[in-house]
Design a protein around this ligand. Sequence first.
Ligand code: ADP
Length: 446
Amino acid sequence: MFQKILIANRGEIALRVQRACRELGIPTVAIHSTADADAMHVRLADESVCIGPPPARESYLNAASILSAATITGADAIHPGYGFLSENADFAEMVEAHGLAFIGPSPAHIRMMGDKIEAKSAMAALGVPLVPGSDGAVSDLDAARRIAAAIGYPVLVKAAAGGGGRGMKVANDADEIEEAWRTARTEARAAFGNDAVYLEKYLDRPRHIELQVLADGRGQVVHFGERDCSLQRRHQKLVEEAGSPALSAAERDALGARATSALAKIGYRNAGTLEFLYQDGQFAFIEMNTRLQVEHPVTEMVCGIDLVREQIRIAAGQELGYGQSDIRFTGHAIECRITAEDPETFVPTPGRVTAFHPPGGLGVRVDSALYAGYRVPPHYDSLVAKLIVHAPTRDQAIARLRRALAEFVVVGIKTTLPLHQRIVEDVGFQRGDYTIHWLERFVAGH
Ligand code: ADP
């Protein structure tokens, strides 16, 4: 097992990883920018190293500084969390070249899945169904017009290197394809330094359903069921559930069997999430994330498993030690992503938190790095807390969520807590029959 783990992240996910390390008896090294000197993940770490100024590219994305911090503190492994360098194959390679373990998949798999065009063709070759679309990148406008007409409008132009919902544009008809194709490429070039785009049929009422997998790289691949992440704004998830209100156990088992056998064939290792759109009883693969997801806690609650602990064990070369038939699903879990944003306009609201009172009680989990007196810096992602509830049934989980949201107090900055309170009161949400377009309409209607 590792002697010391450097956590190359900040905020709630740095704390989340620290907690798993502490329970395994492994000391941790926190890294932080000058803006985060007072952050909770620094306060709770065994050691900490300042790695640069506030802008992420000079600190949390600065591979050389992070590797130096690992070297001088004697860490023998790096956990990247999510975001930042977590899906950067070059970084994973550098970590390994320095003789450290990267707690994640192999650089080759990160690279393969990081290019969505390559990921789709790899999955198609393994028999996983895809959303109908272009066969690879579409590099000129004439081809875009031709392929869009063949797929049938509306179509979505998507960046091969995309992430976080960026570089994605809808064309409703032939008049809109030029504009969508050009803006998607411009956005992709600016955000990812890669303007390769492809086309997909724009589905009108899908759900976003994703599957959590773990593989030990020694032949054992298991899945931990699905998460329904259909409640999105601007293609970004806001509320996630395990399991999906729309899926039967038989559908889950069939999807899981197909996905795990595909990943076994490519020799995948560590945690991963396969994302699908689900409409009219059909699944279509859209992408795979080769890291821990923000919404992983809902899976942990229904499966009674610590995914970060498993990631660390696998990276240390241990076998999973259990199989698919050992994994049970108990009850229902829901997560709300609470951000430092105005709940009406979604304008970020960094600033000083003067009071913080998280909810508690049976079946309530709060993953947050907030504390009273903390100043939320303006430089990073606005996620400040995740509220996760777990209960025997979905209805009980909703009742618990309503109760926990009412207890939750954050004073000093605006947060999206009031939005979550409105969602939980909505009968459409309560019925669970929403699609990926539901939340945009809900937000627009208020
Ligand atoms: P990113 O990597 O930027 O998150 P994804 O490919 O995962 O991009 O898609 C993000 C979200 O965009 C999906 O969860 C879904 O809501 C929407 N989306 C993606 N592809 C399609 C599609 N073909 N039709 C309709 N919605 C889509």
